[in-house]
Design a protein around this ligand. Structure first.
Ligand SMILES: Cc1cc2nc3c(=O)[nH]c(=O)nc-3n(C[C@H](O)[C@H](O)[C@H](O)COP(=O)(O)OP(=O)(O)OC[C@H]3O[C@@H](n4cnc5c(N)ncnc54)[C@H](O)[C@@H]3O)c2cc1C
Length: 302
C-alpha cells in the first residue's frame, strides 16, 4: 500500500475513532512497540464490522487488541489496522447469576461488579490486567481457575464475517488455548455463569489473591506477566531461576530478580531487547534441562 492508498483507507473509516501511526508502546503493559499504521477504537459491533470490511477491501492485515497485557509488538510496529477493544466497548450487565460483558471491559471491573452483586466465581480474575476479550481468547487463569470455568458462551465474528454465539463446550478451551485463537475469531461479548455468594467473603478472597500477586510479582515494572507458558511437569520461573538467569539483561529488558518468569522493562527497552533476551532464556533452559520454553506472550514481528 502506498501513502495515498492509506489515506483513502483512513477516509473510508472517517466516521470512526481512528488514529494514524499510534505508538503501540502506549497500549501495551510492557511499554514497547512501534506505531500502528491505523488504530481504531471501537464503540459498537458495527464499528468492528465496518473496520473488518475495510481491511478486506484494501487487503491489509487487521488484528484485535485489548489491554495489551500479553502482547509484544516489534519496534517497526504494525503495518495494518488495530481494532482496539477498550472502555468504549465495555458494557457489563448482571441478570440473576449471569453476567454479560462486552470484550473491552477490564477483568478487574468485571470481578468487582460481580462481587458487588454477591456473585462468586471470578475472584481469581480480579488481578489479571486484561480485557474480557483478550482473556477469553487466552483462557486466562490463576490460582487454579481459568476463565472457561465460568463462561457459558462467547459471541464472535467468524472468519466469514457472520456473528455467532458459541457455547463454551464448542470453544475448545485448554491451557492458554481456545478455538478463537486457533481460528482467528474476534470476540465481541462473553456471558459468565456465576454463583450466589457472600459479598464480604468474595472481596476478602479477591484481596488475598491481589496481595499474593504483589508479594511475588514485579508489579512496579512494565511487563507482560509470565513471559513463557508453564511447560508440562515444570514451572517456567523455577527453571529460569535454576539456570542462574535471574537479573540477566539485554538493553532495558531483564529477567526479574523477584520472579524469574517475568521479563521486565527496566527503562527504555526495545522489542528487540525482549526478543533477544527471551531467546537467550529459551536456549539456556533447553541446554541445561532439555525443556523448550514456549512464549505465552504473543510476539508480533519479532
Ligand atoms: C502483571 C501481569 C500479570 C498477569 N497475570 C496473568 C495471570 O495471572 N493469568 C493469565 O492468564 N494471564 C496473566 N497475564 C497476561 C494477560 O493479562 C492475560 O493474557 C490477559 O487475558 C490478556 O488480555 P488483554 O486484553 O490484555 O489482551 P491483549 O494483550 O490485548 O491481547 C492478547 C491476545 O488476545 C487477542 N485479543 C484481544 N482482544 C480480543 C478480542 N476482543 N477478540 C479476539 N482476540 C482478542 C489479541 O489479538 C492477542 O492475540 C498477566 C499480565 C501482566 C502484565
Amino acid at each position: 500500500m502506498n501513502e495515498s492508498q492509506w489515506n483513502r483507507l483512513a477516509r473510508t473509516l472517517s466516521g470512526l475513532q481512528v488514529r494514524e501511526n499510534e505508538p503501540l508502546r502506549q497500549h501495551t503493559t510492557i511499554k514497547v512497540g512501534g506505531p500502528a499504521r491505523l488504530f481504531v477504537d471501537v464503540a459498537s459491533q458495527q464499528d468492528v464490522l465496518d473496520t473488518l470490511a475495510t481491511a478486506r477491501l484494501f487487503d491489509v492485515p487487521c488484528m484485535a487488541l485489548g489491554n495489551g497485557s500479553n502482547m509484544l509488538f516489534s519496534d517497526a510496529g504494525y503495518q495494518g489496522l488495530i481494532l482496539h477493544f477498550g472502555n468504549r466497548f465495555a458494557a457489563i450487565t448482571v441478570e440473576g447469576t449471569r453476567v454479560r460483558a462486552q470484550s473491552g471491559a477490564m477483568l478487574s471491573r468485571l470481578s468487582s461488579i460481580a462481587s458487588g452483586a454477591d456473585l462468586a466465581g471470578l475472584e481469581f480474575a480480579g488481578g489479571i490486567p486484561g480485557t474480557v476479550g483478550g482473556a477469553a481468547l487466552m483462557n486466562a487463569g490463576a490460582f487454579g481457575s481459568s476463565l472457561c470455568d465460568v463462561i457459558t458462551w462467547v459471541r464472535c465474528v467468524m472468519p466469514d464475517g457472520s456473528i455467532q454465539k458459541i457455547p463454551v463446550k464448542e470453544m475448545d478451551y485448554g491451557y492458554r488455548h481456545s478455538r478463537a485463537m486457533a481460528e482467528g475469531l474476534l470476540i465481541l461479548e462473553v456471558e459468565f455463569q456465576l454463583r450466589e455468594g457472600d459479598g464480604e467473603e468474595i472481596r476478602t478472597l479477591m484481596m488475598d489473591y491481589v496481595a499474593r500477586r504483589k508479594a511475588s510479582q514485579p508489579l512496579s515494572y512494565p511487563s507482560a506477566g509470565s513471559f513463557f507458558k508453564r511447560p508440562e511437569g515444570h514451572f517456567a520461573g523455577a527453571l529460569i531461576e535454576a539456570a542462574g538467569l535471574k537479573g540477566t539483561s539485554v538493553g532495558g529488558a531483564q529477567v526479574s530478580e523477584k520472579h524469574a518468569g517475568f521479563l521486565i522493562n527496566t527503562g527504555g527497552a526495545t522489542a528487540q531487547d525482549f526478543v533477544t533476551l527471551s531467546r537467550h532464556v529459551q536456549d539456556t533452559v533447553e541446554q541445561q534441562f532439555c525443556v523448550m520454553l514456549e512464549p505465552e506472550v504473543r510476539i508480533l514481528g519479532g
